[in-house]
Design a protein. Structure first.
Length: 394
């Protein structure tokens, strides 16, 4: 290990008790999306006391924040802006069963190590530590932050996520969710069915149409639905129904053509059954794009720091609001081992692991990997150019 990486490791080790304490407190707060008032205040306060200029609320969200550190004038003097992103929302009634409590402490460790290793440098740069609420919510806090310019002032972004091993993501899927309501006319099903118009019939036609559509979609497409309201009495023609439709694909451009098709099926179902329909978009989550030069650097340093249980990228991924970040700038998330048992997230095993030594080691691993990668990009213009050109040509 070279001297720079030794200094990075030493800085993080010295801070690890504080970072672990932050993680434990966020774990105990267990605040759900958009309600992370204690967690965001705790993190913002720590940053403010350690040399960062903090803005909270940030980018239109009460529990989002941004802490900025500038060296030698930062971007104003031609330097790069490094973004370290962190989540801190828990799941309703389950607590921290996805390791979000360790994310921001880990990226704080990365930022502090980067500052320390470049303390004597004349290189201008700046660091933005951005707290991003409510990843678990379907609408995704990062999407709202992106709409409000929350990521416009950074050149490259990193994030850390807990995992059963150390690895990278595969591309995640774009997702759109729609709530579709049908409004019919109620009547007695036995005495005067001719006077009614069934909202259940409209849902039946919609589901049939979705099934027929599915056969003509490109590979990688997903179509799911669940009935939220299917009527209340069998002897009455139901005048109201509601169904939730979720569609996914590898790219947002193609997914939006599927959305148009779903909307047409809904309108056609209403027309055919003499009902009316209302369609509400609930979620619009972008797919992640892969930046291979950045991914290679992250795994290079995962190996150099001898991180635990290094494996190839995850084979199957769902959807995440981090996708919008990858659409806007070069960015990547590193997954680090924070749990010793091979259990899926959102289970009790992850809750039980929340304050164990492996979680604290994960904080160290994520911080070290991101700090070393950020240092590499800041001090090697060719490396940044390669990362940026990959993003531009995606």
């Amino acid at each position: 290990m070279n001297e720079t990486n030794k200094k990075i490791a030493q800085t993080i080790n010295n801070l690890l008790p504080e970072l672990s304490s932050l993680s434990d407190q966020i774990f105990d707060f267990a605040e759900i999306g958009y309600k992370e008032y204690k967690s965001s205040a705790l993190l913002a306060d720590w940053l403010s006391k350690n040399g960062f200029e903090v803005t909270i609320p940030f980018a239109g969200l009460e529990t989002a924040f941004c802490g900025i550190y500038k060296h030698k004038g930062g971007k104003a003097n031609g330097g790069l802006s490094i973004g370290f992103l962190g989540e801190y929302d828990a799941l309703h009634c389950q607590g921290h069963v996805c390791a979000h409590h360790m994310q921001t402490p880990s990226i704080i460790g990365a930022a502090m190590a980067l500052i320390n290793v470049l303390s004597d440098s004349d290189l201008p740069y700046e660091i933005h530590i951005i707290g991003t609420p409510s990843e678990e919510a379907l609408d995704g806090g990062k999407n709202k932050m992106a709409e409000n310019g929350g990521f416009d002032n950074i050149d490259v972004a990193f994030m850390v996520h807990g995992n059963t091993c150390t690895q990278l993501d595969s591309p995640t899927l774009a997702l759109i969710e729609l709530d579709i309501e049908f409004f019919g006319k109620s009547s007695h099903a036995g005495i005067a069915p001719d006077e009614g118009r069934s909202a259940v019939d409209a849902i039946t036609m919609l589901q049939t149409g979705l099934g027929l559509m599915r056969n003509h979609l490109k590979d990688g497409s997903r179509v799911s639905n669940i009935i939220l309201n299917g009527g209340v009495a069998v002897n009455a023609v139901p005048d109201y129904t509601k169904i939730k439709v979720e569609i996914r694909h590898n790219t947002m451009d193609y997914l939006e053509t599927i959305e148009d098709w779903v909307r047409n099926i809904a309108e056609g179902s209403a027309l055919a059954t003499g009902t009316k329909t209302k369609i509400t978009r609930i979620a619009h989550i972008y797919n992640t794009t892969m930046n291979e030069p950045l991914r290679k650097l992250l795994m290079k340093y995962a190996n150099e720091f001898n991180c635990a249980d290094i494996k190839p990228p995850r084979e199957k991924c769902g959807s995440t609001d981090y996708g919008i970040v990858t659409q806007k700038l070069p960015s990547c998330s590193i997954w680090v081992k924070t749990i010793d048992v091979n259990a899926p997230p959102h289970t009790d095993a992850w809750y039980d692991a929340g304050k164990k030594p492996r979680n604290y080691q994960g904080i160290f691993d994520g911080a070290a990997i991101c700090a070393a990668t950020a240092y590499h990009i800041l001090t090697d213009k060719n490396a940044f150019d390669e990362v940026y050109n990959c993003f531009k040509n995606k």
